[in-house]
Write a protein that binds this ligand. Structure first.
Ligand SMILES: Cc1cc2nc3c(=O)[nH]c(=O)nc-3n(C[C@H](O)[C@H](O)[C@H](O)COP(=O)(O)O)c2cc1C
Length: 495
């Protein structure tokens, strides 16, 4: 089921026992973040949190409640995905990607069902009043109601200020008119100005560059809330030029209803809780942004980013302000990232059919560590996979890629490390390459550029110069294991 707004999702979470409501007044300065971090770090991601009485800096109660950790567990991610696991969604996607002309009624029916699902990807215009525009504040009125009235969180003590942490930022390519939605944090500078933290390699930054070259102001709309899948789609590694709204519509199994902004030439999902409309003027000097306690587990330092100027804020009458907190893993973004990798696995497999599975363990904070298992067929195939992945979109940021054989469980870090230690001769099996780096990575000597390492932990072949006998891994036969399990269970029952 698709959710039309944050309240609809909160209601569903409450019905499934996935929501904890905090009725006590809690400050948006550090306190909400501290509670959220504690809950996110509890087993399996804890519960979603609804703070009913956030207190703004200065002591004023916020008009809007704050929702945090909405998708920060496997169960809640599955709820957002219309009760499908990311693997089920991936199987559907794989079916569409590999679709062939049907040879039977059953195959035709299967194709039709999946094809109908794909039709939901196309957005539709919103008819009647859009919920996200129930209240419209623009022009002079922004002096009486503005960003300072929203419960924007300051998450960590040394943060440069409050940051909008779950914004879906809508921009349009000025040449092709293609829409892009990315999640780029926004530091609140004052009631009508924020930073716009689109990093160098992101699509928003590329759009900005084109507006700069054309000497035009860039319209930007920032949505908060609505179906939680909008936030998920904004973080997904969609190729430049592919519209995230199509992904959201496909995943929520219902077309996204879009409405025109009131002050900018852009369209946004009508069921958003808030829409902050405005522009980036590429001719304007960049401004200091940060520091910010980031998902790397470190503060990212002050850097130069564009300013975003607000021209209107529209919202639902009973809007809920959604936020997340990032920090040392695992936090909510780990569950978002994991779901993305699962859902996009068929796309990787389409390019590299030998890939069995991929995992980005929490400790690697997304791109720092990637485990890939492959059905190895020929010499140096592991190196081909590393080089191929480094060439695919945001996989270019993968600092360490470890390739293992098909039988290794990439979701079991201990299993991967065992094979890494056992199967490698470090000098022979490691390659280094120069590559663009994640802007948040503080380790490279220079920002945005550095090196990556790939480790081939697969079984070595004679064609790779290995002429010794590769030993077999110790393992019990299945029937003996089953019998042993049985005997142990009986002994435990008798105790
Ligand atoms: C919670 C969260 C916050 C993020 N903040 C930023 C950010 O401030 N800047 C950025 O460039 N990417 C950020 N990202 C990653 C981007 O959203 C992600 O790379 C996305 O795919 C970018 O979209 P694009 O390829 O359309 O630019 C964040 C991701 C998450 C989950």
């Amino acid at each position: 089921m698709a959710y039309n707004g944050t309240r609809a999702f909160l209601e569903a979470l409450a019905n499934r026992g996935e929501l904890l409501t905090i009725r006590e007044p809690v400050s948006t300065h550090l306190e909400i973040a501290a509670i959220a971090e504690m809950e996110m770090k509890s087993p399996s991601g804890g519960k979603a949190l609804l703070f009913e009485r956030p207190i703004l800096p200065g002591g004023k109660p916020s008009k809007f409640p704050v929702a945090v950790n909405l998708m920060g567990s496997e169960a809640r991610m599955r709820m957002a995905l219309c009760d499908k696991t990311p693997d089920e969604v991936a199987r559907q996607m794989a079916f569409l990607l590999k679709a062939k002309p049907p040879r039977s009624f059953a195959e035709a029916w299967e194709l039709l069902k999946n094809g109908m699902g794909a039709l939901n990807a196309c957005p539709i215009p919103s008819l009647g009043g859009a919920p996200c525009q129930e209240t419209i504040v623009q022009g002079e009125s922004l002096s009486a109601f503005n960003l300072n009235d929203l419960p924007v969180l300051t998450c960590w003590p040394q943060d440069g200020g409050p940051f909008v942490t779950l914004p879906t930022v809508h921009t349009r390519d000025p040449d092709t008119k293609t829409r892009n939605i990315g999640m780029y944090r926004m530091q609140v500078f004052d009631g009508t100005t924020t930073g716009m933290h689109w990093q160098l390699h992101k699509v928003g930054a590329r759009h900005g560059k084109r507006y700069y070259e054309r000497g035009e102001k860039m319209p930007v709309a920032v949505c908060l809330g609505g179906d939680p899948l909008y936030a998920f789609a904004a973080t997904a590694p969609m190729p430049d030029g592919m519209d995230e709204i199509l992904l959201a519509g496909y995943l929520r199994q219902r077309p996204v209803s879009m409405v025109r902004c009131v002050s900018q030439d852009l369209e946004v999902p009508a069921d958003s809780d808030f829409v902050i409309e405005g522009f980036v003027d590429p001719a304007e000097q960049l401004r200091d942004e940060g520091p910010f306690g980031d998902h790397t587990g470190f503060y990212t330092p002050v850097d130069k980013y564009p300013a975003f100027h607000v021209t209107a804020i529209t919202h639902r009458s009973h809007a809920v302000y959604p936020a997340t907190v990032v920090g040392k893993p695992p936090m909510e973004d780990f569950y978002l990232g994991t779901a993305s990798v699962r859902i996009f696995l068929p796309v990787f497999q389409m390019n590299f059919p030998e890939i069995v599975d991929i995992a980005l363990p929490a400790e690697g904070v997304f791109h720092n560590l990637v485990f890939v298992s492959i059905k190895k067929q020929y010499p140096y195939q592991a190196f081909k996979i590393m080089n191929g992945l480094w060439g695919m979109g945001q996989m270019m940021f993968s600092k360490y890629i470890v390739v293992v054989d098909a039988h290794v469980d990439v979701h079991n870090t201990s299993d991967v490390l065992f094979h890494l230690c056992a199967n490698t001769d470090p000098q022979r099996d490691t390659i280094y390459t120069k590559a663009p780096c994640d802007s948040l990575d503080h380790a490279p000597t220079l920002p945005n550029i550095g090196s990556h390492a790939g480790i081939d932990a697969t079984t070595k072949l004679p064609g790779e110069g290995y002429h010794r006998h590769w030993p077999e891994e110790v393992a019990m036969p299945h029937d003996i294991t089953a019998k042993a399990r049985d005997i142990l269970a009986k002994a435990r029952a008798l105790k």
